[in-house]
Write a protein that binds this ligand. Structure first.
Ligand SMILES: Nc1ncnc2c1ncn2[C@@H]1O[C@H](COP(=O)(O)OP(=O)(O)OP(=O)(O)O)[C@@H](O)[C@H]1O
Length: 254
């Protein structure tokens, strides 16, 4: 399997001297093309820090991060803006849609920033809207949509540039259980049918059970890893709950 993302002995410190926190502790793993990985762990275990370092929102203190074989940890600020725009798709808990733009304008914004022609933009918009079932919503404003619909629009916006990897930070955090399930089905569809590579942070075992692999962080290190393999989502859910109980049993869930 082609390597998408390589995390090599990445360490991240916050603060200095007396109040220093080691948020990531020499962490290493790889994400292959087409994988769907959930990052789980107790509060403060380093999940958001890891995602922010890959997103280049945070700078790492030591180690290497490579995307499509290219070193990203030493890029300059100006190059990083291009990297984020061209190579990454983001899905956040709070949708991050612009309320003054229509759904259609929100989805196509990354393409406008890339200078893609109006004809090509229209083609990709129709394609993504059809695939995600949001054709009827395109002329509306985000405020007129339900939380679940907004998150599907956020998925479309993340997909439209054909990014190398999609980073999702607690994507179901603002949704009720029915809409969470729908969003996870959308992410699964993006992974299985559209071949998107997805790295998702979640604290929710049911949400995590949609992924094909789960990495558990503890104190900034990988503490355990579960592979779904051929087992059902329900069995994966049970395995995740059992692993979380063990993790909590060691007294580190806050
Ligand atoms: N900007 C910051 N400045 C100082 N310390 C930070 C900063 N961001 C995170 N930390 C610390 O780094 C550690 C890891 O935090 P991080 O937010 O990555 O954990 P998390 O697993 O995402 O937690 P949660 O599930 O609560 O979001 C924690 O000890 C946290 O206090």
């Amino acid at each position: 399997m082609k390597k998408r993302l390589q995390i090599e002995q990445v360490t991240k410190y916050y603060g200095a001297e007396a109040i220093i926190t080691k948020a990531l502790d020499s962490i290493s793993f790889e994400v292959g093309d087409g994988e769907f990985i959930a990052i789980m762990g107790a509060s403060g275990s380093g999940k958001s820090t890891l995602l922010n370092c890959i997103a280049t929102i945070d700078r790492i203190s030591a180690g290497n991060i490579l995307l499509d074989g290219e070193q990203i940890s030493n890029k300059k600020e100006r190059e990083l803006a291009d990297y984020r725009r061209d190579k990454l798709g983001f899905i956040f808990q709070e949708y991050n849609l612009l309320d003054t733009l229509t759904v259609e304008e929100n989805i196509t914004l990354p393409l406008n920033l890339q200078g893609v022609s109006p004809k090509e933009t229209e083609k990709r918009l129709i394609d993504i809207a059809n695939k995600l079932g949001i054709q009827e919503q395109l002329k509306k404003f985000p405020m007129a949509l339900s939380g679940g619909q907004r998150q599907r629009v956020a998925c479309a916006r993340a997909l439209i540039t054909n990014p190398s990897i999609i980073l999702a930070d607690e994507p179901t955090g603002a949704l009720d259980s029915a809409n969470s399930k729908k969003l996870m089905e959308t992410l699964l569809f993006m992974n299985e049918q559209l071949h998107s590579t997805i790295l998702m942070v979640t604290h929710d075992a049911l949400v995590g059970s949609f992924a094909k692999r789960v990495l558990f962080l503890k104190d900034g290190k990988i503490w355990n890893e579960l592979f779904r393999g051929n087992q059902s989502q329900r069995a994966m859910h049970e395995d995740i709950l059992a692993t979380m109980a063990l993790l909590g049993g060691e007294g580190h869930v806050s």
